[in-house]
Ligand binder design. Structure first.
Ligand code: C2O
Ligand code: CU
Length: 543
């Protein structure tokens, strides 16, 4: 633990309360700012700023984004993604010690969560660590995760959905020796594809819930942006009730963006590529397939490479999930225009009367990305490596509660989401949510609890901070089987994951290990409006 104590925190919220809970105390050590720069392999400054970028023809779109500065490390460690609200892309190797300074230049508080990383409690970006405008939070950690496609995004309580929607999200790509030995496609042939949906107003501005709906007063330059973001006009008189519904059910956009571009298209060479698919949408899920229905070759999930490549006719990607594909575009003749599509499915987020949801309902089919195959080399397609990684089978018997899974019902009370009927509590964790450091447990997320509102059920994308888990079982109730049949062949449960789709009527069983770091970590639905309105709780890892 000594190593974890070396980090620097300029400001830490709720330190005393946390200490009272028996959590590791947060250290404020201005002195260690002087720590030799040589201690870090990579040092990056991330400014969270307000900006404008050209997304569509005409007016620029006002966005919030991260602006990165590489202060130390290999030039490849920071890729700015010019002209984009997304990013930057941070590239690190397992074992590297990283310092990242978040500088908040937004008009409201924020904090960064390193989605999928195994980190000490105060490096994880819990909402209690949110910093006010003008403040700085210094992250200092060693990357212990396997190679994989991770990402980062804001995590202030009640405002994550809005901050991500307005543009804040970047990629955190980890490499390691095991992956390097495989000779997978690199450089321009290793393509991250970040999929999002947005609704624009007539003036090219993002349309999101109003500040007021977020339960906070608007202020300053922010005000104009939020006026554009008001759904009042878009929802034609649904007013407060419509706001409330969208805030609770989730926000769907009617335009699909890939890497920050609507109507995205790419030119690709006739050779193998690695496509890293990220669902960075607030609520929308995707059922991804090639236009000609030829199978997708999956090589990785949230937590890195699978043991062996797998074939799927389509893959489901719910908010925050990642899938790495291998594709050799040599499979198609030069000149082919192909598309990555999202196919129709049932059991998605159903909302009527909401802009975006109306024009492009969840589960409706659409094109995600167009690809133009070029190059005339006469060659046949190369398959991926036979073996990708030494991935152990999950050992559920290692769990302390193997025969008695902990049950977490995803519930909706009076227009309020919760877990086992209780919403988020900043510093709280129940006995059920308390685990022992060094143990494994089996948890079951149940999405079949009687719902309090019109018998309505919704899919949920459940994420657990601080660790990677294994999915060890799924079951679904009879009445839900029909729509479940339209998605179930698209799950990739064979690898490490940090986010899992739990369909309406479904129960998903996970095996989780709590190693190295005691502390208080969130777990929640990654449909960001659900998270922001209560479908989030903490779990407490006790030393
Ligand atoms: Cu990617 Cu708590 O979230
Ligand atoms: Cu949800």
């Amino acid at each position: 633990m000594n190593q974890q104590r070396r980090h620097v925190l300029i400001r830490s919220a709720a330190t005393a309360t946390v200490a009272a809970l028996g959590l590791p105390a947060l250290s404020t050590r201005a002195g260690s700012e002087e720590r030799a720069a040589a201690d870090f392999d990579v040092h990056i400054e991330l400014h969270a700023v307000q900006d404008s970028v050209a997304i569509r023809p005409g007016a620029q779109t006002r966005v919030w984004r991260y602006q990165g500065k590489l202060l130390r490390g290999d030039a490849s460690a920071l890729d700015a993604w010019a002209g984009n609200y997304l990013g930057p892309i941070i590239r690190v190797r397992r074992g590297q010690r990283v310092r990242i300074d978040l500088i908040n230049e937004l008009p409201e508080s924020t904090i960064i969560h390193w989605h999928g990383q195994h980190l000490p409690d105060d490096m994880d970006g819990h909402p209690r660590h949110a910093i006010a405008p003008g403040e700085r939070y210094v992250y200092d950690f060693t990357v212990v995760n396997r190679a994989g496609s991770y990402w980062f995004h804001p995590h202030p309580h009640g405002r994550t959905g809005k901050q991500v929607y307005f543009g804040l999200a970047g990629l955190f790509l980890v490499s390691d020796d095991e992956e390097a030995a495989l000779d997978l496609p690199t450089g321009p042939h290793d393509l991250p594809l970040v999929i999002q949906d947005r609704t624009f107003d007539n003036n090219n501005q993002f349309v999101y819930l109003s500040e007021r709906a977020a339960g906070a007063a608007s202020q300053g330059p922010e005000h104009g942006m939020m006026d554009h973001g008001m759904m009042g006009g878009a929802m034609g008189g649904m007013g407060g009730m419509g706001q409330m519904m969208a805030r609770m059910m989730g926000v769907l956009g009617d335009q699909i963006l890939v890497n920050g571009r609507p109507g995205a298209s790419l030119k690709v060479e006739r050779r193998p590529h690695r496509l890293r698919l990220f669902n960075a949408s607030n609520t929308r899920m995707y059922k991804l397939a090639w236009h000609d229905r030829s199978p997708l070759t999956v090589i990785g999930t949230d937590g890195g490479l699978l043991a062996v490549p797998l074939q799927r006719d389509y893959v489901m990607l719910s908010p925050a999930e990642r899938i790495d594909l291998w594709v050799d575009f040599g499979r198609w003749p030069a000149g082919t225009d192909l598309t990555l599509q999202s196919l129709a499915f049932e059991g998605g987020t159903e909302m009527s009367g909401m802009r975006g949801a109306d024009l492009l309902p969840d589960g409706s089919p659409f094109t995600v990305l167009e690809l133009h195959v070029r190059g005339d080399a006469k060659r046949s397609a190369t398959p991926p490596p036979h073996r990708l990684s030494r991935l152990q089978r999950p050992q559920p018997r290692a769990a302390v509660n193997f025969n008695r899974p902990k049950v977490f019902n995803l519930t909706m009370g009076m227009m309020v989401w919760g877990i086992n009927g209780v919403g988020f509590d900043m510093l709280g964790a129940s006995p059920l949510e308390t685990v022992q450091l060094g143990t494994h447990e089996v948890w079951e997320f149940r999405n079949d609890a009687a719902s309090g509102m019109m018998g309505m059920t919704m899919p949920h994308s459940m994420h657990v901070h601080g660790l990677q888990f294994r999915v060890i079982g799924r079951s679904v109730a009879g009445e839900f089987l029909r729509h479940y049949g339209t998605v179930k062949a698209g799950f990739v449960d064979e690898g490490w994951k940090d986010t899992v789709l739990v369909m309406p009527g479904e129960r998903v069983r996970l095996l989780l290990g709590f190693a190295d770091y005691p502390g208080l970590f969130p777990y929640h639905c990654h449909m960001l409006e659900h998270e922001d309105s209560g479908l989030m709780r903490n779990y407490l890892v006790k030393a």
